[in-house]
Structure formats: structure tokens, C-alpha cells
Design a protein around this ligand. Structure first.
Ligand SMILES: *[C@@H]1O[C@H](CO)[C@@H](O)[C@H](O)[C@H]1NC(C)=O
Ligand SMILES: *[C@@H]1O[C@H](CO)[C@@H](O)[C@H](O)[C@H]1NC(C)=O
Ligand SMILES: *[C@@H]1O[C@H](CO)[C@@H](O)[C@H](O)[C@H]1NC(C)=O
Ligand SMILES: *[C@@H]1O[C@H](CO)[C@@H](O)[C@H](O)[C@H]1NC(C)=O
Length: 510
């Protein structure tokens, strides 16, 4: 800061106080302490694997948004397929199922569904050709003529028939002709061309699935119950009395239109976030707000509230501006609360779907939105997942004071870790993670934050001592990050992913 302007004393004093107050001058702001945080994952943005019971009461819960279904015709013994991935007819001539043979559900209610194909069109009946019974995948926006029912065989739920909007069933006339004109009796015989053996190839359990699964009335009850019980005041007390000084709180974009967010989301998460700020202040904790789910989904995962695995965030200026408005809203609301420590503009945008160009456009807008309301909040920018240069945000972030780069380090999600022993995992932390973190931690660049890590791995049968050593190694290395670190997550049915459990059972000591 002292290098700002030495030649003009008055200007210096002016700029000095300006810098002091606003962080707007010196590029490098050294915080007074390092963040030792825990994520409050699965609270305001649903992740089914963190709390599966949240989904228990959904009727017909096999069929949620984003569920991938494959259908093998019992008569021809081959799979339904959107020829060329979509845009033309549906055929039944594929021997093994993959992308073109997988149909992603959009749930209308517990009995009605739409099917999205690989190229993102929806299955429907061809209204242009003669009798309107040919099954095609051409509609880009689904409506009534793209809405089907799935009828399961009562004593064998893998056998299904698909009822079209004209009231008739789909049938496989030949491998190359699939129509919606079967009036049969539903005897489920092997010579019935309307019977398919269904395989579920993938499921999603995010905020879209849980809220749309319950429907508006029930979702409101279930989510409010979840928000008021999953994380409570005494958790903040526990966090602050166990060597932590901050929480990173994932939120979804719909929080900005509380209490009446767009369907299927339900209102009330803003009240929960307000409570978090009250408790943070009471127990002296810092809050990092983390926009974990951006409109359209920045990575296609359930944790960014994707409906069907699609990643559509950032493709238009409107979408980027809508997201900037969410950041503006959140910062404005909490800027005066002394616990607001940082705002993370977006979590884990995925390369190459999110281009660097669009991401930078957004980060500039998001940074300015934070600075409109707060001169002191740090602004966290998540590195892209997938193929990306870990320093690709440096040229942007280095020019923006109070900026932080977020990197997530898991010894998971890659076959690199498949056969590693306990010792190899620990060496990977000491050598490879340490080198990766040093590479992004530079004296004149942005601050660095290991915003997600966990003492879990792919080692089978590891002992408590092994876990302790693994956790300790990570704390040692991630302690070098200049902004700090955050464990994923506070509470989780999977014990090692629950810092609450890890601390209470002596696996991690801070
Ligand atoms: C489900 O949606 C379909 C199509 O919109 C509608 O006809 C039907 O009445 C709905 N069923 C229920 C149980 O709401
Ligand atoms: C399936 O049928 C379509 C439409 O006739 C044809 O173009 C395609 O080559 C067939 N594919 C296979 C694997 O038989
Ligand atoms: C891990 O070991 C299994 C069994 O020996 C082997 O099949 C697999 O290829 C290995 N994976 C990697 C990534 O080395
Ligand atoms: C880890 O780093 C070491 C030393 O630089 C290197 O030889 C090794 O290939 C790296 N391991 C992985 C899995 O990237």
C-alpha cells in the first residue's frame, strides 16, 4: 500500500486512507488471519447423498428429474434410440445402450413425464406426418404432446409400457419403426410389442429433484423442516469452540427471489441464511457465502441444481447478468453484518462447457457487484474444473484487490487414486498437492483458498490412525494457502465426510 504514491504527500494520505478503507488500491491484501472453515454442504442446496432421507417421502421416487432410462424392447431385443442423438425418429435397433439410448426424465408430476434425448430434444409424436403416430425427438421446448406416462408391471417394476399423449402405447413395429398406436390389453407377454425392459442408468438428487419430486405444497413443508433442523444454532457454537473460525455456506440462485422463487424451488432458505448470520455474529464466526448453484447450472451436477445433467449457465449475457444480480442481492443484504467475510461468485464452473471468456465476463461483473456494497469483503473466484490452466484467472484476479482463487483438492474422482495405498495417498498430498498449491500461491497474485477437501479416499479398510495421518497431512499442506481452507462438510451420513463426526470421534483435531 505504501507504494501507492509517495511523491505527493496529500495524495498519499488521501490514497492511503482510501486504500485502507476500501482495499481498492494495493493489489495484495494480506488478511489478519487464515480461514479455517467448514462447509455447510447439503443445507441450503440439496445433495441427496449427504442426507438421503430427505427424498424418502417422494411418491414414485425412482422417477425424478434427470433420471436416465434405457428401454429394451422385449419383441426385438434391442434398445430404443434417438437416431443421430436427436432431431429425427426414434428407432429400436441398438444392441447396447449408451448416450443415444438414454432418455433423461423431466418430471411433470408423479405420473407424467417428458423424455429428453442426447441432443436435448424431447420425445413426442410427429405432428407433421400423416397420422401423427410416429415417435420422434424434435421438440426443443416440451409441451402436452411431449408428455407421457410410464406404466410399470405390478410384480416386476423393470417391465414398463409407455403411454403417449394420444392415449395409446408406444410399440416397436420393427427395429426401424416405433409408433404410438398400440391398443393391446397389457398382458405383459414377451410377444407384446409395447413392453420394454427398463434400466435406470443414472439418478440425480439435487434441489430441483427434491422440490419438484414433492410438488409445491409438500416441498414447502419438507424443505422448511430440513432448513430448520439440519443446521442449528448449536452447530455454530460447536464450530467456534473446535478451532474453526469460519463457515462456507453454499446457496442457490433462487435464494435471491425468496419468498417466491421460480418453480419448483420453494421459499424459506433466505430466512435460514439470515439465521446463519445471526449465529455467526453471536459465536464470532466469519461467513463465506458461496453461490453453489447458478441459473442453468454451471457444471451439470446435482449440487448445482441441474435438472437433467445439462450445463447451461453462462451461455448468454442475460444469464450472466441474472447471476450478477444474485451476488448483488446477497452482498447488499449482508454487507453491514460484521460476519460477512467473503463472497464466492460461483462454485466449480466446469470446463470446457463454461468458457474462460464467459467466466471472466461474469467474474468482472460479480466483483463489481460485491464492491458496490462492500469495500472489505473478499471476493472468491473458483477455478474451473476439468481441463483448465490453474493460473488462468491470474491476469484478472491480480488486478482486483481482495480477490481469492478457490481450488478444491480431493484424493477422489479420478482413477489416479484407484489403487493408491495409505502411504501413497499421503505422499500425494505432501508432494503433488503441495506443488499444485505452491504453483497458484504467488507473492503478487491472488490469495489462495482450498475451499473444499475431505479426509476420505479410495483406500479400503483403513484404520483410524490412517485417517488421522491423512487428515493431518492435508491440514499441514492446505495450511499454506494464503486465504485458508474449508473442510467438506459439517454433516453427512457418510462419517468421514462429516467434520462434526470426525471431531467428535477423534479422527481430526484442529
Ligand atoms: C399430472 O400431469 C398431467 C399432465 O399435465 C395431468 O393430466 C394429470 O392430471 C396430473 N396428475 C396429477 C396427479 O396431478
Ligand atoms: C437403425 O435404423 C436407422 C434408421 O433406419 C438406420 O439409419 C441406422 O443405420 C440403424 N442402425 C443400426 C445400428 O442398425
Ligand atoms: C487398479 O488395480 C486393478 C486390479 O489390479 C486394475 O485392474 C486397474 O487397472 C488398476 N487401476 C489403475 C488406474 O491403475
Ligand atoms: C506426483 O508428483 C510426482 C513428483 O513430481 C510425480 O512423479 C508423479 O507423477 C505425480 N503423481 C501423479 C499421480 O500425478
Amino acid at each position: 500500500m505504501a507504494t501507492c504514491s509517495a511523491r505527493h504527500p496529500q495524495l498519499f494520505i488521501f490514497i492511503f486512507s482510501f486504500c485502507f478503507l476500501s482495499l481498492a488500491c494495493g493489489r495484495v491484501v494480506t488478511p489478519n488471519f487464515k480461514v479455517r472453515a467448514v462447509n455447510l454442504g447439503g443445507w441450503l442446496v440439496t445433495e441427496g447423498w449427504i442426507k438421503p432421507s430427505l427424498f424418502d417421502g417422494i411418491p414414485n421416487k425412482d422417477f425424478l428429474d434427470g433420471t436416465g432410462l434405457q428401454f429394451k424392447s422385449v419383441t426385438v431385443g434391442k434398445y430404443l434410440c434417438a437416431e443421430t442423438g436427436g432431431g429425427t425418429i426414434i428407432v429400436a435397433n441398438r444392441t447396447s445402450p449408451s448416450g443415444w439410448e438414454t432418455f433423461k426424465l423431466w418430471r411433470i408430476n408423479e405420473t407424467s413425464f417428458q423424455f429428453r434425448v442426447f441432443n436435448k430434444q424431447f420425445i413426442g409424436l410427429d405432428s407433421t406426418a400423416g397420422n401423427g403416430i410416429t415417435v420422434v425427438a424434435v421438440a426443443t421446448t416440451p409441451g402436452g404432446s411431449e408428455t407421457f406416462q410410464i406404466v410399470r408391471k405390478p410384480d416386476d417394476s423393470s417391465r414398463v409400457r409407455i403411454k403417449a399423449p394420444n392415449g395409446l402405447f408406444l410399440q416397436v413395429k420393427t427395429e426401424e419403426i416405433v409408433t404410438a398406436d398400440f391398443k393391446g390389453d397389457g398382458g405383459w407377454r414377451d410377444d407384446d410389442p409395447s413392453v420394454f425392459v427398463m434400466t435406470i442408468s443414472g439418478r440425480m438428487q439435487g434441489e430441483f429433484q427434491v422440490t419438484n419430486g414433492y410438488g409445491p405444497v409438500k416441498a414447502l413443508q419438507v424443505m422448511r423442516e430440513h432448513w430448520s433442523t439440519f443446521i442449528v444454532e448449536k452447530d455454530f457454537k460447536f464450530i467456534s469452540s473446535n478451532g474453526l473460525n469460519a463457515v462456507r455456506i453454499p446457496v442457490g440462485w433462487w435464494i435471491a427471489s425468496d419468498p417466491t422463487p421460480p418453480k419448483p424451488y420453494v421459499g424459506g432458505s433466505l430466512q435460514a441464511l439470515d439465521n446463519a448470520f445471526l449465529w455467526a455474529q453471536k459465536y464470532g464466526l466469519n461467513v463465506i457465502i458461496d453461490l453453489h448453484a447458478a441459473p442453468g447450472s454451471q457444471n451439470g451436477f446435482e449440487h448445482s441444481a441441474s435438472r437433467d445433467g445439462s450445463q447451461e449457465w453462462g451461455l448468454t449475457d442475460d444469464n450472466i447478468q441474472q447471476t450478477v444480480a444474485v451476488i448483488d442481492f446477497l452482498t447488499a443484504r449482508y454487507a453491514k453484518n460484521p460476519s460477512l467475510y467473503a463472497v464466492e461468485l460461483i462454485n466449480e464452473p466446469l470446463s470446457p462447457g463454461v468458457s474462460l471468456e464467459n467466466l471472466i465476463k461474469y467474474y468482472k461483473g460479480g466483483y463489481d457487484a460485491v464492491r458496490r456494497h462492500s469495500s472489505t469483503a473478499f471476493v472468491v473466484m473458483s477455478n474451473r474444473l476439468g481441463p483448465a490452466d490453474p493460473r488462468e484467472l491470474f491476469s484478472l484476479a491480480s488486478g482486483l484487490s481482495g480477490s481469492v482463487i478457490d481450488v478444491h483438492y480431493y484424493n477422489l474422482f479420478s482413477d489416479v487414486f484407484d489403487n493408491m495405498t495409505v502411504q501413497q495417498n499421503i505422499e500425494f498430498i505432501d508432494t503433488n498437492r503441495s506443488a499444485q498449491l505452491s504453483f497458484v500461491t504467488t507473492s503478487n497474485g491472488p490469495l489462495t483458498f482450498v475451499g473444499e477437501w475431505v479426509a476420505e479416499w479410495q483406500v479400503g479398510g483403513a484404520t483410524k490412525q490412517d485417517y488421522q495421518n491423512f487428515g493431518r497431512a492435508q491440514l499441514q499442506v492446505y495450511g499454506q494457502a494464503t486465504f485458508g481452507w474449508a473442510y467438506w462438510t459439517l454433516r453427512n451420513v457418510n462419517n468421514h465426510w462429516s467434520l462434526d463426526w470426525m471431531i467428535k470421534n477423534g479422527y481430526i483435531r484442529l
